[in-house]
Design a protein around this ligand. Sequence first.
Ligand SMILES: [Zn+2]
Length: 483
Amino acid sequence: MEDNKGILRTEEKDIEVITRNYFMKLFESKGVGNTSHLLSGFRCTITDSMNQVLTAILKRRKFLKQLTVWGRQKGLNLMNKRMGKRGLMALKIDMSKAYDRVEWDFLQQMMAKMGFNGSWIQLIMRCINMVTYSVELDGKSGEIFMPGRGLRQGDPLSPFLFLIYSEGLSTLLKLASAEGLLRGIKASRRGPQITHLFADDFVLFGEATEEAISSRLGVKWTNNAEKYLGLPSMKSIWAAKGLLQSGLCWRVGTGWNINIEEDVWAQDDEHLLIKKIVSNPDLLKVADLIDCTNRSWKTELIKGTFSEVDAQRILQISLARLPQDDFLAWRGEPTGEYTVRSGYRLLLHGNSINNNGYNPSENRKCYKNLWKSDLPSKLKITAWRATLNYLPTLSNLRTKRLITDDVCPRCKQEVENRNHVFRDCTVSKETWNSLNFIWPVNLVDLEFMEWFTWIVSNSRMDICRSFLYTIWAIWLARNKWIH
Ligand SMILES: [Zn+2]
């Protein structure tokens, strides 16, 4: 590693110092300057009664109800508008690096201006500034240092604080719009002027010409609105709201609100989602599986549509005699109540509940075969890390909020999770084909772990070896492509 004088350092101690200095500088407060203009655009939005709610202890029912409301909000469809002579622009700004640069003083000033009461602000500030960091090298922790700014990546609180912080940018844009420096766009003639949208990316709207954008801002031009708004990964924008959403599970009432394949409603320790094995386009909602005259499951239909395991999971769900609304419950804890501990666990490990294949004895056999194969240990470790979902696939990095775009860079078709890297990506498909690896058709719809377990525990040792070797080679090739 090069130090700041450009001299190459190879000693572990030096590397730790260089890395630590880098992060100390990154997390060092640069001061907030004069904030009066910006803060003048802030209205006091937090009322006394809201403050009371904040400092009160939350009732479970209220909490869940609010979550349901959030989950139902829909995206916008703006950019299909025909472009006029001047043209409309949408500028997408990557906010992922902004986390590290959040100035604590500014956040505190904003919360005060918004009207949060003092004890709440103190509580929040304590959560933020009681942080210490150290650089870990080859498993050894370096010297501890204290940051002066920044929000912790992966902390369930950070996204919400960042929302408040980014109100600052929103306010600047509103001020600029009010002062005539910026013109937003309208979705309809009578609609409000929109200058910006905010999910986990920031999208700025306005009137501008193509040349102006390219020359003044030095950014690339595209008229592909979907790509600009990140719509292919709209799903992953949901995932970012994610902590709460991914931790929720539907309790079946009427079944009208629950999508069979997209929602979590019949999960067990190993599975989250249900997949049809016989395609049937009429079956979309869980309600389609319920005989509403006598409030029972349509047993034959279910057995004919899903795998035996899935059918069993569905039929085990008891239906209330009288139809009631579907509702969302927290699945991180057995009681269905949200706790910070389970939130943290889900956030840090993603859906790790889903990591260990569904058949325990097959699972054991799989690991046994993996370790006893006489392959180099780096191969075995790569495969083992894949089974635990510890490999840094883009999807995993995104779950940990280290990146914002997790679309596979090789085929640009799908989110790059381990299913995709090792099996579904066109590049990987070609690899398996060229090696004459053919597996039963129904295997391609399985989750990675079920697929992997099935092959390693059911194949002859020589096939097992070349399978594991190929897994390693695919990962190696993928890394070379990316870096
Ligand atoms: Zn791909």
